[in-house]
Design a protein around this ligand. Structure first.
Ligand code: ZN
Length: 273
């Protein structure tokens, strides 16, 4: 796949070396307000009509709310080391031919456990040399295991791309693919394991796709101030489709930063009409 080059000297994050994550919006700092919708579209080689189509797809994929009887499936408590081990196993299974870089990234990424008594799931992966640093919190829930897989997806993407600038939608696709890798691994362990993770995953999808309204509202105005949350619904829906139909070798080109958003749309046969 050809590498996408953009002419804008833009780093749309507050700091391009910071890979913001989770449900918060840490990148919506003052600097990010300098950029606007047209910058974000150019950076990703997207247009407004394609974004609308992708948001329609996200709405179409919106998981239905859980049945009340299944509301306690996330109650099992996990140990933090167990959660990391599962993430490692999930990525080893997801990229069997990339075991060396997966193991190396896992062994050397700095993990900084932040105490958040309020149960917040805020997490952040920092691109610092020579290995990334993941700041996260952990409360023993299945949802916390998904956050670890998400952040490790960011860390692996940083290493696979050799720290080259990668547009935020592509970065978030890699992080969401990490969550899918964990789900897929859990499916191998058995239905109860999978159901336990699927519930918070679907809940997160509803939140991420809920954020689509912010992008939808911004789309008619090319000068709308940039909002990091725009990246999530597009990345979430594309990651789900990639997971359904793409090979690990092709997915690795996304982690390496060699695949642009138009390349991804083409691979998924979602090209602009
Ligand atoms: Zn993220």
């Amino acid at each position: 796949m050809s590498r996408s080059r953009h002419s804008l000297p833009l780093h749309l994050d507050r700091d391009a070396r910071v890979q913001p994550s989770s449900m918060s919006n840490p990148a919506a700092g003052p600097q990010s307000k300098r950029h606007c919708l047209s910058d974000w579209l150019s950076l990703h080689e997207l247009d407004q009509a394609t974004c609308r189509d992708l948001l329609d797809l996200a709405e179409h994929d919106l998981p239905s709310p859980p049945a009340p009887a299944s509301a306690d499936t996330g109650a099992q408590r996990f140990e933090v080391e167990q959660a990391w081990k599962r993430t490692l196993e999930a990525f080893q299974a997801f990229f069997p031919a990339r075991r060396e870089i997966v193991d190396d990234t896992f062994a050397n990424t700095t993990r900084i456990l932040v105490d958040r008594p309020d149960g917040s799931r805020k997490a952040l992966t920092l691109d610092v040399a020579p290995y990334p640093a993941i700041h996260y919190s952990f409360h023993g829930r299945a949802a916390d295991c998904l956050i670890i897989a998400h952040e490790f997806g960011h860390a692996l993407q940083i290493r696979a791309s050799r720290r080259s600038f990668t547009p935020p939608i592509v970065r978030e696709i890699c992080a969401f693919l990490g969550e899918h890798a964990l789900l897929s691994h859990a499916r191998q362990q058995g239905p109860p394991e999978h159901a336990m993770l699927l519930q918070p995953f679907d809940e997160d999808s509803r939140k991420y796709y809920g954020k689509a309204t912010r992008l939808r509202k911004a789309l008619p105005r090319l000068d709308a101030p940039y909002d990091y949350s725009w990246n999530y619904p597009i990345a979430r829906v594309l990651a789900a489709r990639i997971m359904e139909s793409c090979s690990p070798e092709w997915i690795w080109t996304v982690f390496k930063g060699e695949t642009s958003v138009p390349d991804i749309l083409q691979e998924l046969r979602l090209e602009p009409k």
